[in-house]
Design a protein around this ligand. Structure first.
Ligand code: MN
Length: 221
């Protein structure tokens, strides 16, 4: 676990992302965060703090609360713990250019005593105490192909009282830090608003109509 790969990919002069503290961080509970990231492809970055860094997986479809659904999770480079608070815009042309939202945050608890051994084995069971994701989950390494060999995992919800058929990514699309959608973050921080908006759920016809009526009403004032 180190931040060498993470730093190599980024220019901290151009991107507002944190370079990270080399010493890492020491505190009682382990951080958990999911960042929704509208880069070249929309994905959810699933991160678990371990040994002073954030172990990271990119989940293209995001997590599912349904235990019968397995979500592909590609392991990516470890990130600094400070990254957990990063919400904003990575400049286009930079690594991961696009809008980042803190979609969920909280703490996690390993369900096995030896986390390092579980990671090596490719079978990590854990409990999430987030605002959106809770209860027991597992990350299982799969075979993968070619370049993705060894990096493909599946993120699966275990059966417990937090399991559900609710589509959590659609039902709760906003930032847990600021209640903003991706488009709101892009608009506020100088990002590409229309690109970011493609990562937000399509507004319903009723919502579009209400917005239209609202803007008509405000024009009259
Ligand atoms: Mn990402």
């Amino acid at each position: 676990m180190s931040l060498i790969k993470y730093r190599k990919k980024r220019s901290f002069k151009t991107s507002p992302e944190p370079p990270g503290d080399t010493k890492g961080r020491t505190h009682k509970s382990l951080l958990y965060v999911v960042q929704k990231h509208r880069a070249s492809q929309l994905h959810y970055d699933f991160r678990l703090e371990f040994n002073g860094v954030l172990l990271s997986w990119a989940v293209p479809k995001g997590p599912s609360l349904d235990p019968s659904v397995k979500r592909l999770a590609m392991q990516v480079e470890d990130h600094p713990v400070e990254y957990a608070n990063f919400e904003g815009v990575i400049p286009e042309g930079e690594y991961g250019g696009g809008t980042v939202m803190v979609w969920d945050t909280g703490s996690w608890l390993p369900e096995q005593e030896e986390v390092a051994a579980a990671l090596t084995k490719g079978d990590l069971k854990f409990t999430l105490r987030g605002k959106k994701l809770r209860g027991s989950w597992v990350l299982v390494r799969t075979r993968g192909f070619g370049r993705s060999s060894g990096k493909s995992w599946l993120l699966i919800k275990h059966r417990d009282r937090h399991a559900s058929k609710i589509d959590i990514t659609r039902k709760q699309p906003k930032s847990v830090l600021t209640k903003r959608l991706l488009a709101d973050i892009a608009r506020a921080e100088g990002g590409d608003v229309s690109k970011a908006a493609t990562g937000d759920p399509m507004p319903s016809k009723e919502a579009l109509r209400a917005a239209e009526l609202g803007s008509r009403a405000s024009r009259k004032v």
